[in-house]
Ligand binder design. Sequence first.
Ligand code: GLU
Length: 484
Amino acid sequence: MSEVRVRFAPSPTGKLHIGGARTAIYNWAFARAMGGKFVLRIEDTDPERSTQENIDLIIRAMRWLGLDWDEGPEVGGPYGPYLQTQRFDTYTAALEQLKESGNAYPCFCTSEELAARREAVQNGAERQPDPCRCLDHDAAQARIDAGEAHVWRLKVPEDRGTIVVHDIVHGDSEFDASLQDDMILVRSDGSPTYNFAVVCDDVNMKMTHIIRGDDHLSNTPRQVLVYEALGYPTPTFAHLPMICGPDGKKLSKRHGAASVEEYRDLGYLSDALFNYLALLGWAPDGETTVFSRDEMAEKFTLDHLSKNPSSLDFDKLEWMNNQYVQTMGADAFLEAARPYLEQAGYALDERVSTIVKASYPLVRERVKLMTDAVPMIKYLLDEEVELDEKSVAKVLQKDGKKAKTAILEAAKVLEGCEWTVEAIEAALRGLLEKLDAKPRFVFQPIRVAVTGNMVSPPLFESIELLDRKVVLDRLAKAAQVAVD
Ligand code: GLU
């Protein structure tokens, strides 16, 4: 078999949508698994909606997801340029080829004439071939030379019959060629139509497989006709079912974050988002859900792709993210937390870095999104702690006398004890007997005093990470709040 060549071909009319990201991931993984080439092509022929900013954003989002391409913008390659707006001469050349082979003809019909014909068919008249199909070549040329407006259409063979689109995901679909208008290849302003440009590029870039969203399935029969006219074997198609929101409806803004960037900003890790998107339609086997890019790059095939739309499940995505937080290790945790720490105004000096790394074992099970990290460890980084109102009311003030006693006693034992988790724990547990109180009434006030909240990472470990003086100050302050 010849070398596998696949492409991801985004239109830069917006950011990289997660549906597009999943398509990119599947193309990438297929190329890697088959030892083939993954090409990035920018389809920027819609001048009104395509922007350089969007191209940059898409490229950055792909890089953030860990996708690398063998050919395309920023890396070049033998079949460039990789922006459609820079490839117009190739579309002109393809049209010339089709003219010469008699597969394209100029059509001079006005929009009124076209509309009238369409209406007649709607009213029951038999579909008639485009009258320009059989114009005399010289006469047509004379009209072109005289400057008459015209488009170029594909001359679909009269006896073409049924077009069968073979698709790995959807199976075979049949389309009756005689029910299709001869598609426009090049508009009257000389610009190529979308379906023409895509096929020209896929032919010139020697694509073997087309993996894309199934919103393009309806374009495919037309594209098949263009492949045939250009004399290029039709590539293998795999149209991926769309990604839906949790309610099963087409994904939209209403469902929340839609672009890769937004997920990044919400605190998702690139590895986790990649893994989660990869799972929307594919799995390495019946049970594995957490896998790396390398594993996917090794095992991916087009054989068992799901036919059904996948629904986003935000709980599962959060769970997935936490799986990666749990195993990333302290150094990677610090790196992942870096932008959020900076945003919150922390200078990432030795002290802050050490605390963030040391906090990792305490919080790794609790941090779902990286945006959770700073609020969760703030009490370890700051000199002072902000007391959560609800916690104050419930733990420090409801039974204020007991709370105050526990806090003052804690201060006493912590003043002289050795500063290790074991010693701190032993000292505080000793209070249970001394005060003849349940753990809740002793540890909760201390927890609120030290961490600011009745729900927090483990208490003894937290205390150890803080300076003794800081802990004693916090206890003294909380004792003042805990009046009944
Ligand atoms: N440019 C198209 C899009 O962004 C993709 C075309 C294709 O993959 O054939 O939807």
